[in-house]
Write a protein that binds this ligand. Structure first.
Ligand code: SF4
Length: 143
C-alpha cells in the first residue's frame, strides 16, 4: 500500500447519489443514472472494510480523517455508521487518531443520531441555504 506524501481528503459516498431531497441545483442526483442496473446503493460491508483499511494505510498524518458524503448518507441508517466506527476501531493503529466528518441535509437527524454523532466526535456539516424563504425555494422534497 502506498502512503501519500502529503495530507489529502476523500469524500466517500457509500450511498452513491441517493437522497431524500430533490434540490433544484443538485449536481449529483443524476449520477444515479450511471448505474441503470443497480438495485441497491449501499457500499457493501467487505468493500467498506477494505476502504477503511486502505484509507488508514494511505494517510500520512497521525490524524486520519474520513469524510462521509452522499447523496444523503444518513439514509444508510445509524447501524451503518455504528459499523463504520466499529471497523475503524478494529483497524486503527495504536498511535493514530481517527476523525470523522459527515455532510448531511439534516432532515433525518433525530435524538439518536445526534447522541451518536456527539459521542463519536463527528464533525457535522449541515447543508442549508439560509433563512426559510431562501432555503425552501430550491431545497425541496421528492414530493
Ligand atoms: S441534499 Fe444535497 S445531495 Fe440531496 S438533493 Fe440536495 S444538494 Fe443533492
Amino acid at each position: 500500500m502506498v502512503t501519500a506524501s502529503r495530507e489529502f481528503q476523500v469524500m466517500v459516498k457509500p450511498i452513491g447519489a441517493v437522497c431524500n431531497l430533490d434540490c433544484g441545483y443538485c449536481y449529483y442526483l443524476g449520477k444515479k443514472d450511471l448505474y441503470p442496473k443497480a438495485k441497491l446503493f449501499r457500499m457493501a460491508d467487505d468493500l467498506l472494510e477494505s476502504y477503511i483499511v486502505q484509507h488508514i494505510e494511505a494517510c500520512p498524518k497521525k490524524a486520519i480523517l474520513f469524510s462521509w458524503h452522499g447523496g444523503e448518507p444518513t439514509l444508510l441508517g445509524l447501524d451503518y455508521f455504528r459499523r463504520i466506527v466499529e471497523l475503524q476501531r478494529k483497524h486503527r493503529p495504536a498511535e493514530r487518531e481517527i476523525l470523522n466528518g459527515i455532510q448531511t441535509n439534516g432532515t433525518l437527524l433525530d435524538e439518536a443520531w445526534c447522541r451518536f454523532l456527539a459521542a463519536e466526535g463527528f464533525y457535522v456539516g449541515i447543508s442549508m441555504d439560509g433563512p426559510k424563504e431562501l432555503h425552501d425555494r430550491y431545497r425541496i422534497t421528492k414530493g
